[in-house]
Design a binder for this molecule. Structure first.
Ligand SMILES: [Zn+2]
Ligand SMILES: [Zn+2]
Length: 760
């Protein structure tokens, strides 16, 4: 309950994994009742359920969308678990290449993690099966770079992150608040990828990786030279080089470097007799994916692809090994082998085989997660545990070096990017505690001059399952739509199309701010209706006359109106009047067939004839429905400016149709053909009597004495203590104890005389 309240009033960040650690990345964002989940990884140093983010600490059924930044296992490998084995039912998005590679990587991950599980107990530790992977795969949706999607008011855009093929940063916008999540990112243009982009729109909150903390990378050329020289010298002394790599991503980058070097130095390298191998279950499958997505890589690699008409990822000097059975280990060689953390599999087997020999080299090029063998071996231990013979230890005499080609920003690159984004709230993720803490201090001292100002920068390095709550002032940005724009541009000479301001409590008035800065001297006040779409957080300012045009959808959310009145005239007559007034009348029910006859030919308007159980139903101007049956007229319409006024007009016609001159004229055709005076006289009295009925209702009584034909017809009006006697034949007021009442009666009589007299 409390969580819900907080979510509605403030922004909340809640890390389920990857906070003060590298591995099992998973972050929750909550704002205005919307929940976004970022990444669903596993921790490479743990196995089974222990490798998962803390999913039990959050109700995953509340998540609207889950965005996966890239295919690395620490960001994506628990996705099938989330989709198949929890109550999560949100939508999942990733880029096309991420989805393509994810498929192969995870099927391999299932295989590898299920290998050591021989006992039934271990089986339970399996996070998911191949079936889970297949079933969830089809439900993953893709997003293109630079395209923005909108899911229930959560807008998000993918940008290049540079880290690996398909890696994306996401800028998420909820109700005007923008959050940028970098995922793992690189600002270096390498041999195949572009560097991370700076999104064009600013962000309020930045969730940024802090892998390298305050460390600085050596220049790229230096690292490449070191790498090739170290490998060169190792193979020249007859040693073997093991490069543990993650199957995809940086492995391809290292291969691009080595393949070029081998081509250029073939003679020196024992006349090309030193082989390079790439040992991975996925090598071939993934090559085709890399080929497919060459267009998403940098200009350099695209040019190579275009010019040579061949796939730059088909290397001249590198052979693929699916497993070590085919590998004949006779002499010096260079082996890229997965997995990158040396936890198990091909790279681990080779490590155990080669590490006792001091001629050999283990060269770590990726980021090594705390608690893994890759991290441990860098401490240059005397022995390492054997994975195949747990009781055994293996002596380590080989050389161990680290040259990082991990595509993560260093401090300088990170700071430069953070400054460009300009967010005042920075949340650090994806970093071990120490480098993350150092980065926080460095950032705070960098932005120290802003302290106490409006743009003070806050930096957070929360632990897993510790929430960060940020309050944001609810500045409403309303978009002016339609005529109101002209109204405003007439006042303000500058071109404005977006205004921000606060809605005042009493009136629908927006105080405009020009381009975000208050126009102090000339404040312009524009009146309109503020239309708020709570679901999508759209706020539009529309002038009253435009409302229907710009918000057609509004009628679906408003009430139906209904009014019923009694009508004492023929349906035919009502229809005739409506036709004079409205062009668009659709006939729904017409029992009498009155709407078909071209010439309306009303019969005598006698009392008997007026009672009709024949039904007439019309739809007027599209939305207003009129039903008349048994002299009861029912009007129904959806509330809107347009329909309200149509309904008003119809109602006015219904109320006046009996008494309008045209009605009387149409109802008195017969008079023109000459009829006896007596009948005509009676008819006139009845018409006037109806005017009185309309005005006074049941307070008016017509005294018709059929026995005394020659006597004048009397009408009596009684309203409370006031009463009046009217001579209906002479059209005079005989008695009345109230002057105001007498005045009213006389004016009705005048109207009545005018109406009736000229016609006959
Ligand atoms: Zn990564
Ligand atoms: Zn990562």
């Amino acid at each position: 309950m409390e969580q819900e309240q907080v979510a509605k009033t403030s922004f909340r960040f809640f890390g389920l994994g990857g906070s003060n650690e590298v591995g099992r990345s998973c972050h929750i964002l909550q704002y205005k009742g919307k929940t976004v989940m970022l990444d669903a990884g596993v921790h490479p140093a743990h196995q089974g359920l222990a490798s998962l983010p803390f999913y039990d600490e959050f109700d995953l059924s509340t998540v609207d969308i889950l965005l996966i930044s890239h295919f690395h296992l620490d960001h994506a490998a628990s996705l099938p678990y989330v989709m198949q084995r929890t109550n999560f039912h949100g939508r999942v998005f990733m880029t096309h290449p991420t989805k393509a590679i994810y498929r192969w990587l995870l099927s391999d991950f299932v295989k590898v993690t299920n290998i050591g599980s021989t006992s039934p107990l271990d089986k339970d530790e399996n996070l998911y099966s191949d079936e889970d992977l297949a079933e969830s795969f089809d439900r993953i949706e893709t997003i293109d770079y630079h395209s923005t999607m909108d899911v229930n008011g959560i807008k998000f855009t993918a940008f290049h992150a540079g880290h690996v093929l398909g890696a994306a940063m996401f800028q998420i916008e909820i109700a005007g608040l923008r959050v940028l999540f970098t995922g793992d990112y690189s600002r270096e243009v390498d041999r195949h990828l572009n560097s991370a982009e700076v999104p064009p729109l600013p962000s309020d909150v930045l969730i940024v990786e802090s892998t390298f903390g305050t460390a600085t990378h050596e220049p790229r050329v230096n690292r490449e030279r070191k790498l090739t020289q170290l490998i060169h010298s190792t193979v020249m002394r007859g040693g073997r080089v093991l490069l543990p790599v993650f199957a995809l991503g940086r492995a391809q980058e290292i291969m691009l470097i080595l393949d070029e070097y081998w081509s250029q130095h073939a003679n020196e390298l024992a006349n090309g007799q030193v082989p390079i191998f790439y040992a991975s279950n996925l090598a071939r499958k993934c090559m085709s994916v890399f080929q497919t997505y060459v267009n998403m890589m940098n200009d350099d690699i695209r040019k190579k692809f275009r010019d040579s008409q061949s796939n730059p990822f088909i290397f001249k000097n590198i052979s693929y090994l699916k497993n070590l059975d085919e590998f004949q280990d006779f002499g010096p060689s260079v082996m890229l082998a997965s997995p990158g953390m040396l936890q198990n599999g091909l790279s681990r087997d080779l490590l155990e085989k080669w590490c006792p020999d001091d001629k050999n080299l283990v060269l770590i090029t990726g980021y090594s997660v705390e608690g893994t063998m890759a991290k441990f071996i860098m401490l240059e231990p005397d022995t390492i545990p054997s994975i195949n013979n747990p009781d055994m230890t293996i002596p380590r005499r080989c050389q161990v070096e680290e040259i990082s080609f991990a595509a993560h920003v260093d401090f300088r690159e990170n700071l430069e990017f953070i400054e460009k984004i300009g967010a005042t709230n920075i949340i650090l993720v994806h970093g071990e505690s120490n480098p993350m803490g150092r980065l926080k201090s460095a950032l705070l001292s960098n932005f120290a001059s802003l302290k106490g100002t409006e743009t003070e920068v806050h930096v957070f390095n929360p632990r897993n399952c510790v929430a960060v709550d940020l309050e944001f002032k609810g500045i409403k940005i309303a978009k002016a739509v339609g005529n109101i724009v002209d109204e405003v541009t007439n006042v303000l000479t500058s071109k404005i199309n977006v205004f921000s301001g606060e809605k005042s409590e009493e009136k629908d008035v927006i105080q405009l701010e020009d381009g975000g800065k208050k126009a102090d001297e000339e404040e312009t006040i524009v009146s309109g209706i503020l239309v708020s779409d709570e679901k999508n957080f759209d706020l539009n300012l529309v002038s009253l006359s435009d409302l229907r045009d710009h918000h057609m959808d509004l009628s679906t959310t408003v009430l139906k109106e209904r009014q019923t009145i009694r009508v004492d005239c023929k349906n035919e007559l009502i229809y005739w009047h409506l036709c004079q007034m409205f062009g668009d009348i659709e006939v729904l029910i017409d029992d009498e067939g009155i709407t078909h006859s071209k010439d309306i030919n009303p019969q005598e308007n006698s009392e008997d004839n007026k009672k009709s159980s024949q039904e007439l139903e019309l739809r007027i101007m599209g939305d207003v429905k009129l039903n008349i049956i048994d002299n009861v007229a029912t009007l129904e319409w959806s509330q809107s400016i347009m329909s309200d006024s149509v309904a008003d007009s119809v109602m006015a016609i219904l109320l006046s149709v009996d008494s309008s001159p045209a009605s009387i004229k149409r109802s008195s055709h017969k008079c023109e053909h000459g009829h006896d005076e007596e009948h005509n006289e009676l008819w006139k009295i009845k018409q006037v009597a109806r005017l009185f009925k309309e005005q006074f209702g049941d307070c008016f009584t017509l005294l018709l004495n059929k026995d005394s034909v020659n006597e004048d017809v009397q009408g009596v009006i009684t309203i409370g203590k006031n009463s009046a006697h009217v001579n209906m034949t002479k059209m005079t007021v005989d008695e009345c104890n109230s002057n105001p009442l007498k005045g009213r009666i006389e004016s009705i009589l005048n109207i009545g005389t005018d109406l009736v007299a000229p016609l006959c």
